[in-house]
Design a protein around this ligand. Sequence first.
Ligand code: 2BA
Length: 115
Amino acid sequence: MKLIFAIINNDDSHSVSNALTQSGFQATKLASTGGFLMSGNTTFLLCADDSRVNDIIEIIRGNSKKRKQFVPNAASFSSSGDSDGGGSGYSSFPVEVSVGGATIFVTNIERFEKV
Ligand code: 2BA
């Protein structure tokens, strides 16, 4: 048995969820936040037989899109050659990052119980 953690963009969460359900897979969805963009994403937990792991990954792959996103990138600087006699400044400019499709971790399950 394997435990799959799949981190999905919120925009893809519904279609991933629907596709998994239609294929008979049970999932738990957790609201999560990306540490870099600090925006919401959805983490799916799925427990499945080893033989079904690839099927699950293919379903997730088929329903998770890659996106480009611009994020503010702050760069601070200091200078002693400014006309005002030097000092420090703060500059912010957008940087493009590629987000998704999905980030997936597969781990072994030692024991699985439903009591
Ligand atoms: P975030 O941490 O918000 O990252 C969003 C996107 O920003 C990432 O997309 C990646 O393209 C970019 N990014 C992240 N850290 C960066 C950095 N230090 N420098 C430059 N760009 C950076 P994805 O790779 O598709 O990741 C989407 C989300 O999946 C992440 O959201 C995070 O919640 C999760 N994730 C990705 N890799 C992970 C890992 N190794 N461990 C745990 N969670 C991970």
